[in-house]
Write a protein that binds this ligand. Structure first.
Ligand SMILES: [Zn+2]
Length: 418
């Protein structure tokens, strides 16, 4: 098992521990609340039920994300999860509404708890339990890098405060202070009602393949563009499915990329997106070449006569490189810059240094007579395409030939070095 799987497994365990312990607390609260007619406890039990559902969803999410991508993808399963959580959300909304009405009626009667000791006891247990569970979830969440666990943990931390509030309400009601319990129940049930509506809405949206939002789309785009060879994203589509996100993107790769390399880039993009975003479990890439109108052509020469210089036999040890910006559509030269080759006297790795220099100059095309292995490979791995002339030509003549499509492309180095 690799590190990531191990990490996710730990997260799963934490989510499950949280979900089960909250359910246990919820059952105890509900029982004591019902038997001692402490409505405030019943409302807290309902809230806890919602929280444990959220943790169950996180657990399921982590669990499924651990599956190998080669396994058959159980789309239907995610939908089932959405459907179940929709049904439970509807139940929670209904129960919260009932509680709201009960709370309203409770305002007009004086509360009398039948089992005051148990009511106090379970509330104190709930506060202490929530504190430790919050610490546990946040710690585990940070360790396994699960946003879901951290959010659940922070929410649980809020229960320490609401627990103290409940304690106060119980205390005041015990001493026959009127209105307090009824008002508190109304307040708490409105909160649960709101959570229920939100979770019902989320489930419905997931069932309808809703987009997961612009924020994550922006982050995914950024990751895609960071992959070498990707020029532009033409289109990106993300949709939610259960706790997961499925997506596809149409990207433009450097125009000189051959199909094999383009496939490699597409695979890399897919891998990176899935690695960086745990929720994204399927991401497919379509690619097409990127066409640019203006390109920069670099040509080695020993003369400093701009376009009238002769192309030299030397490459890495030529005196100059003439960089020509060309408008391919209009077939026109837009700009000529002569760069002195400062590296020509270098004893070792001159091919690598010159290759990198040209890449840094944003060169798209190289036209030369001869080229050595290291310079060739440095340029090619940076998507620079190399063309060759065989006769003695000036830079101007070779560019004209290139624009007419009459130059031969170089598929391998023409000599060992330089
Ligand atoms: Zn909660």
């Amino acid at each position: 098992m690799n590190m990531k799987e191990e990490r996710i497994k730990q997260g799963e365990k934490a989510a499950l521990v949280g979900a089960f312990s909250i359910i246990l607390l919820s059952i105890l609260e509900a029982l004591i609340g019902l038997f001692s007619s402490a409505l405030i406890l019943v409302s807290d039990a309902l809230h806890n039920l919602t929280d444990s559902l959220v943790l169950f969803a996180s657990w399921l999410g982590l669990r499924i994300s651990r599956r190998k991508p080669t396994e058959k993808f159980p789309f239907g399963f995610y939908k089932a999860e959405n459907l179940i959580s929709l049904l439970i959300s509807i139940f929670i909304v209904y129960a919260a509404f009932e509680l709201l009405i009960e709370g309203y009626q409770r305002i007009f009667v004086l509360t009398e708890f039948k089992m005051p000791l148990e009511v106090f006891g379970i509330t104190i247990v709930s506060i202490i339990f929530s504190y430790f569970l919050a610490v546990y979830l946040i710690k585990k969440g940070k360790k396994v890098n699960s946003q879901a666990l951290i959010v659940n943990g922070k929410e649980r931390r809020a229960h320490v405060l609401s627990g103290i509030a409940i304690l106060l309400v119980v205390f005041l009601s015990f001493y026959k202070v009127p209105y307090v319990e009824g008002l508190a129940v109304i307040f708490f049930s409105i909160l649960v009602f709101r959570d229920g509506i939100i979770s019902a809405k989320d489930s419905i949206f997931s069932l309808l393949d809703v987009s997961p939002g612009k924020e994550i789309e922006k982050r995914v785009k950024k990751e895609i563009l960071s992959v070498k060879g990707v020029k532009r994203i033409k289109e990106i589509k993300l949709r939610r499915s259960g706790p997961f996100i499925l997506g596809e993107a149409k990207i433009e790769v450097e125009e000189k990329t051959d199909v094999k390399k383009a496939h490699k880039i597409a695979d890399l993009v897919e891998e990176i997106v899935k690695e960086k975003f745990d929720e994204i479990i399927s991401f497919s890439i379509h690619f097409e070449p990127f066409e640019r109108r203006e390109i920069i052509i670099a040509i080695p020469t020993n003369e400093n006569k701009k376009l009238n210089s002769k192309v030299s036999k030397e490459f890495s040890r030529a005196n100059f490189f003439v960089l020509v910006k060309v408008d391919r559509k209009a077939k026109k030269v837009k700009k000529v810059v002569v760069k002195k080759n400062k590296f020509k006297e270098k004893k070792i790795r001159v091919g690598l240094t010159v290759g990198n220099f040209l890449v840094n100059q944003k060169v798209d095309i190289v036209i030369c007579k001869e080229i050595g292995g290291i310079a060739f490979n440095t340029l090619r791995s940076n998507f620079v395409e190399i063309f060759r002339i065989k006769k003695d030509l000036t830079i101007k003549e070779s560019i004209e030939k290139f624009l007419k499509g009459k130059l031969e492309i170089v598929e391998k180095p023409t000599r060992k070095s330089g």
